[in-house]
Design a protein around this ligand. Structure first.
Ligand code: NAD
Length: 495
């Protein structure tokens, strides 16, 4: 399945091979240094991408600076039509994009197709509609003298830098690109050095939709070089970043000199709480997708599962049998439910948490091993469930970013809210109950940017997504993300 998929996208792999995209044209980077791209399901090399430099970023910013003038000269409705065209092109090329995503990232093909690619298209469509609705206000001003008509304009920022991670390479690029463009900005996009292929193809499609050349530029490469150059570039007005909290802190520091605007979508250690009055079979399913979707490499993963003591043993029993039944395999194989981790290093990191959990006295109920046989070449790890986890353990506090669930028992509502909120992170939370009053009461008390009730991991372009506390600031998606790519001007007119 992997080699067939490889053949299907070979021409894109060849084009992406060593190219960055500046001014609408793929071309070589300023250095010949390449970064190998491997298929995490087999360990074999599929292509390489250019290690872009500060010089490349500089050229990309120059192209974006020229293109933004054209873009802003289009009517709002015309900008919207372009973005609708991009959405349609994503859908027309869905199979190819999903294949690239699965080969590059490892996630099951059906997930790439129905989640990543399809929400990416919907995100462009959602923001296409916003282009003609991004208006200002007419505040009723009452100054001590004179009579004024005052209105506000939502103006674009100019050139924005978008830095995205490897876990949802296409989707998160779309989350940022669509509102940035809808608000009238131009873009330099820096994908993760581990997963640049779908971003490359998306930028090609954007040019097929006839958007001005240079409106969206792609510089592949490492964070500390290409990423850092983008953050420090004086021609870039804002950085919208998704990635780890550690890198987020570096970005805040590096952006201080130029006082760039920042949106930061960072890590999480989200609580998923099962009350005893919940529908237990849906809660088991929700707990599983909450942690094992995308091999646990999800910023909002429900990695701390709080289960009421009265149902704990029965619940864990069901979780264990369901986790053991998850079919591991190459993302392109038909029956695969869970793919490999992104890299050898990421699997080593997750394994170090498995060792820490055991050392600190948690009980490994299932999983956490490397499968043998035909999966031995990939970065696979079987889905792991720990019980007897205490709040102070590393596996309950730190973001593991892998298929490892920590189950914690609780006794009452106040206690579980306090413990759920005791984390430094605050990205998301879930709760399962049939008591409608409790659902709202607890949802309001949880310190998290998203709370799912009787569900987990549901997203839509219309609903803002982002963190409380160390999970970041600013929001992706919804109207809020669009406004984050604008600056407000008040215009005063004496009457
Ligand atoms: P990462 O922070 O290592 O890298 C993210 C991006 O930043 C990459 O493109 C990388 O090249 C770049 N980068 C790294 N160092 C940089 C620097 N010094 N300057 C500029 N750019 C730099 O994160 P990752 O390992 O790719 O992704 C996993 C992390 O992302 C997890 O912590 C996860 O929780 C987080 N994440 C958050 C969200 C969210 O919406 N909150 C969504 C997905 C992932």
């Amino acid at each position: 399945a992997a080699s067939e998929a490889f053949e299907e996208v070979r021409s894109v792999l060849d084009r992406a091979g060593d190219s960055i995209v500046i001014g609408g044209r793929p071309g070589p980077a300023a250095t010949s240094e390449l970064i190998e791209t491997t298929d995490p399901g087999t360990g074999s090399t599929i292509t390489s991408v250019a290690a872009g430099t500060a010089e490349d970023v500089d050229r990309a910013v120059a192209a974006a600076t020229r293109a933004v003038v054209d873009w802003q000269s289009f009517s709002a409705a015309a900008r919207g039509r372009f973005l609708y065209d991009v959405a349609a092109l994503i859908e027309e090329n869905a199979q190819e994009l999903a294949t690239l995503e699965t080969l590059d990232n490892g996630k099951p093909f059906t997930e790439s197709l129905f989640l990543d690619v399809s929400i990416a298209a919907e995100t462009f469509r959602y923001y296409a509609g916003w282009c003609s609705k991004l208006g200002g206000q007419t505040p009723p001003v009452s100054p001590p003298v004179g009579n004024f008509f005052t209105y506000t304009r939502r103006e674009p920022l100019g050139v924005v830098g978008l830095i995205v991670p490897w876990n949802f390479p296409l989707l998160i690029a779309a989350w940022k690109l669509a509102p940035a463009l809808a608000a009238g900005n131009s873009v330099v996009l820096k994908p993760s050095e581990m997963t640049s292929l779908s971003a490359f193809r998306l930028v090609e499609l954007i040019h097929e939709a006839d958007l001005p050349a240079g409106l969206v530029n792609l510089v592949t490469g490492y964070g500390p070089t290409a990423g850092q150059a983008l953050i420090e570039h004086p021609g870039v007005a804002k950085i919208s970043f998704t990635g780890s909290t550690t890198t987020g802190r570096r970005i805040v520091a590096a952006s201080a000199a130029s006082l760039k605007k920042l949106t930061l979508e960072l890590g999480g250690k989200s609580a998923n709480i099962v009350f005893p009055d919940a529908d237990l079979s849906s809660a088991v399913q929700g707990a599983l997708t909450g942690i094992f979707l995308n091999q646990g490499q999800v910023c909002c993963a429900g990695s701390r599962l709080f289960v009421h003591r009265s149902i704990h043993d029965e619940f864990v029993g069901e979780l264990e049998s369901a986790a053991k039944a998850i079919a591991l395999g190459h993302g392109m194989a038909d029956d695969t439910e869970m793919g490999p981790l992104i890299s050898v290093e990421q699997r080593d990191r997750v394994e170090s948490y498995l060792a820490a959990g055991a050392e600190e006295g948690a009980t490994l109920v299932c999983g956490g091993s490397r499968p043998v046989g035909n999966l031995a070449g990939g970065n696979f790890l079987t889905p792991a469930v720990f019980t007897d986890v205490r709040d102070e353990m590393m596996i309950a506090k730190e973001e593991i970013f892998g298929p490892v669930l920590s189950v914690l028992a609780f006794e009452d509502e106040d206690e579980v809210v306090r413990r759920a909120n005791s984390s430094d992170f605050g990205l998301a939370a879930g709760l399962w109950t049939s008591d409608v009053k409790r659902a709202h009461r607890v949802a309001h008390q949880l310190q998290a940017g998203t709370v799912w009730v009787n569900h987990y991991n549901m997203l839509d372009p219309a609903a803002p997504f982002g963190g409380y506390k160390s999970s970041g600031y600013g929001r992706d998606l919804g109207e809020e993300s669009l406004l984050g790519f604008t600056q407000t001007k008040s215009v005063w007119l004496g009457l």
